[in-house]
Write a protein that binds this ligand. Structure first.
Ligand code: FCB
Length: 461
């Protein structure tokens, strides 16, 4: 069956500032919490990796846009580093930081590649962390101020803005589990940060309605939770996990309410949101970005704090290098569920991809990352299934354009369709980049080229 996508479906690839740019303090930029996190001996990630050089995209941006053009990309999703723009987080604007993103956006537009910036992909200015960061209610105003600076500077050239990337990861990784910047471990803080993230999102949407002329949205990571059995305790455990990871953010933003299960999850750390906070979080958005990587199968477990739910590893299924089960049908289910719960909102897949141990390159061809080729083809097929069922999906961004700093996992986990040699910084497209170029060119049909081997992926077909 030939599977082509709607006309004007947008095909692109994604990165994030701290993961690819390098030169985090160049040209007057302030430090971010990620710069601090990777340099603080008490917090730093196991490998000792930092974003000091990363892919050196900050210095190689023009060549990188040229490469995107060769790969046939129609869109590039990137994030803006808040502390390059406002080194202290608020107040003084650093023109050199703005200039970098203006040049990037201009190069993209000249190349016919749609720029899709995200205002916050986890790198809060360290100066704002010193003032409480996501725990300070003023962060909503700070974020609104920064957002307005960006809209004023670039709304002529950018037509689609995203406020936050994956608020769940910011709160859970940064404030509950301490594995991501700023490395705190408190369930009370997790609840506060979650609320302030969504208030900040709302404030940035309001700011857009005051100054912007195009579209603004937000990006959520959605990981559907499948109960491990029909037992009521497993079903309830899956509902708690879903409320905590998925609905905790999408419900306030899109329905103006908090999922009732959160009270049970947070216990004494829970405080009902005021009507004002809910109203601030719930601003009409023009689109929602969805990042999908995997599902999780969940069973009740009294000892698993705080959810009283634990993931059940699916023996026999394929897993990526990050331990994520490969299960494409859950991507279709996610999209159907999203429309069912939140109504008709234009959706973009803003991230989807996989880390695999790529085979070594050989003299006679590109790195043959067959697993990644199969993963992408199967998941793009799953997006098509959702579109065929009537979901309004308007674009798909591969995570990631480049191998890059996978946060606390360092450089060892490679997600790129383009290989980066971290000694020479040479970029070399992998086989998946060639496949993706053909997918873009054929508006999806080329996924058929890999479908014969897709049966290797659990649940496909
Ligand atoms: C997502 C992040 C992105 C990348 C991928 C693998 O949660 O948004 O930066 O780390 O996971």
């Amino acid at each position: 069956m030939s599977r082509t996508f709607p006309d004007r479906f947008l095909w692109g690839a994604a990165t994030a500032a701290y993961q690819v740019e390098g030169s985090p303090l160049a040209d007057g930029a302030g430090a971010s919490i990620w710069h601090r996190f990777t340099h603080d001996p008490r917090l730093m990630i196991a490998s000792g990796d930092t974003g000091d050089v990363a892919c050196d995209h900050y210095n190689r941006m023009e060549g990188d846009v040229e490469l995107m053009k060769q790969l046939g990309l129609q869109a590039y999703r990137f994030s803006i580093s808040w502390s390059r723009i406002l080194p202290e987080g608020t107040g003084r604007v650093n023109q050199a930081g703005l200039d970098f993103y203006r040049r990037l956006v201009d190069r993209l537009n000249d190349a016919g590649i749609v720029p899709l910036p995200t205002l916050y992909h986890w790198d809060l200015p360290a100066a704002l962390d010193d003032r409480g960061g996501w725990l300070n209610r003023d962060v909503a105003e700070w974020f609104g101020e920064y957002a307005a600076v960006m809209y004023r500077a670039l709304d002529g050239e950018v037509r689609r803005w995203a406020t936050l990337n994956e608020p769940w990861v910011v709160a859970d990784g940064g404030y509950l589990n301490g594995v991501l910047a700023p490395g705190h471990r408190s369930i009370f803080e997790c609840a506060i940060a979650s609320r302030n993230l969504m208030r900040a999102h709302g404030r940035a949407v309001q700011a857009y309605r005051e100054t912007g002329r195009h579209e603004v949205g937000v990006v959520f990571n959605i990981e559907p939770k499948y109960p491990a059995s029909d037992r009521p305790e497993d079903v309830a455990a899956a509902a708690r996990a879903d409320a905590y990871m998925n609905r905790q953010y999408a419900d306030p933003a899109l329905l103006g309410a908090c999922p009732p299960e959160l009270r049970d999850v947070y216990g004494e750390a829970w405080e009902d949101w005021s009507a004002d906070d809910l109203a601030l979080a719930c601003q009409p958005v023009d689109f929602v970005g969805i990042n999908y990587y995997t599902r999780s199968v969940v069973r009740a477990s009294e000892s698993a704090w705080p959810l009283r739910a634990e993931a059940v590893v699916q023996e026999g299924a394929q897993h990526t290098e990050t331990g994520w089960e490969v299960f494409p049908p859950a991507m279709t289910r996610t999209l159907l569920w999203f429309r069912e719960r939140y109504g008709e909102i234009p959706l973009y897949i803003m991230e989807n991809g996989a880390a695999f141990a790529d085979p070594a390159s050989s003299a006679d061809g590109p790195i043959a990352d067959e697993d990644r080729c199969r993963y992408l083809a199967a998941h793009i097929g799953a997006v098509h299934d959702a579109i065929a069922a009537g979901v309004d999906v308007r674009g798909y961004m591969v995570w990631s354009l480049f191998d890059n700093l996978e946060w606390a996992l360092g450089y060892a986990k490679r997600f790129g369709i383009v290989h980066v040699d971290y000694d020479t910084l040479a970029r070399t497209p992998k086989k998946s980049a060639d496949l993706y170029r053909r997918i873009v060119e054929s508006n999806g049909a080329a996924i058929g080229d890999v479908s014969s081997s897709a049966s290797k992926i659990s649940g496909a077909g």
